[in-house]
Design a protein around this ligand. Structure first.
Ligand code: GRG
Length: 318
């Protein structure tokens, strides 16, 4: 009887979460997962190098931005979400890594003269500064297309594959990232309303982060309740991620951010700090992160990495 009770207690999600909490070192976790993604991307680029038909200069421009040292937060979120609902296969790695190709494309295009016109990204000259505008645009286009190709080549259940592709097209296309980017640009030097800034943040940045979390869950065959909880988690941290990005553009150091700071104000961008001030923006981001933690309270898988990533998003300096 006592033995049964002790077994029940040790297997309960509450106790398991406490045990993981004490074992969890988020810095080490992020470093390990980033290492896995970097290894995959390196071998992917090696395959591309050997493949006939892809011009050398295009390969170089793709590799330059892809291996410039990003945090790999979107792939890591997909893996953490996958593992939280019991996913075990290594098939998650190519799918997670493909998210980094889409993210890198968006950064290359975001930095272009017609967009944010940035000279530095991840402490390196931006793609168009090194390769010229035309090659930079094409490197972005190639990375976006290749992301879908990597998923297509991954051996997974065809229904899951279609669902993953559907998530990405919804999140990164006109109703997601690209739509958010357009409204962001259209409202430069104009006074935006609160609903506009919420739209920009949840579409330009939030939709893709939400999709990264959902893709991990879909890959693991999550139940509808698990998917609902993780969707809520993904959208709240996605929104908070961009608010923190806005705050860091005001308060962060350019060496940590890898690009010049203060650029949002110089460009007349509508940001949370420009509308609510830095302190209130911090409070809003904190509220969103708390909401994300509550959203996954009911899950009894390995949720501690997701919790720690949410806290990290709030406290990050780069
Ligand atoms: C289609 C022409 C055309 C342009 C599209 C899609 C797009 C341009 C822009 C998307 C806007 C964008 C880049 C949003 C993401 C903003 C953001 C918070 C970037 C930083 O992400 P981190 O901190 O960066 O994850 P690292 O460097 O760590 O990868």
């Amino acid at each position: 009887m006592i033995f049964n009770f002790l077994t029940y207690l040790l297997e309960s999600s509450f106790v398991r979460n406490i045990i993981t909490q004490y074992n969890m070192n988020i810095t080490l976790y992020l470093k390990r997962k980033k290492g896995i993604i970097d290894d995959f991307l390196r071998s992917y680029l090696n395959i591309k190098r050997r493949e006939k038909g892809c011009p050398r200069r295009l390969q170089e421009a793709m590799a330059y931005s892809l291996m410039a040292g990003g945090k790999r937060i979107r792939p890591i979120l997909a893996i953490a979400s996958y593992e939280a609902v019991g996913g075990r296969s290594r098939n998650i790695i190519p799918v997670a890594a493909s998210l980094e190709l889409i993210h890198t494309y968006s950064l290359i295009h975001d930095d272009l003269p017609a967009m944010d016109n940035d000279d530095f990204r991840r402490n390196m000259p931006t793609s168009h500064r090194v390769f010229g505008e035309a090659t930079a645009i094409l490197a972005g286009d190639a990375l976006l297309t290749e992301a879908f190709n990597i998923i297509l080549q991954t051996k997974i259940n065809p229904e899951i594959k279609v669902n993953v592709l559907n998530e990405l097209t919804q999140a990164c296309g006109p109703t997601g990232m690209v739509g958010g980017q357009l409204i962001d640009i259209m409202l430069e030097h104009k006074r935006a309303k609160k609903k506009d800034i919420v739209y920009i943040h949840t579409h330009k940045t939030g939709a893709f982060i939400r999709a990264s979390v959902r893709i991990g869950a879909i890959m693991a065959g999550a139940s509808s309740n698990e998917l609902m909880a993780l969707t809520r988690y993904g959208e709240t941290i996605g929104h908070a991620f961009q608010i923190v990005d806005d705050i860091l553009d005001v308060t962060g150091k350019s060496e940590d951010m890898g690009k010049s700071t203060g650029s949002d104000a110089a460009r007349g961008k509508n940001t949370y700090p420009s509308i609510f001030g830095v302190e209130e923006s911090r409070r809003i981001a904190k509220r969103l992160v708390n909401r994300s933690l509550r959203a996954i309270d009911g899950l009894d898988g390995r949720t501690e990495p997701l919790r720690e990533i949410a806290r990290y998003i709030l406290e990050r300096q780069s």
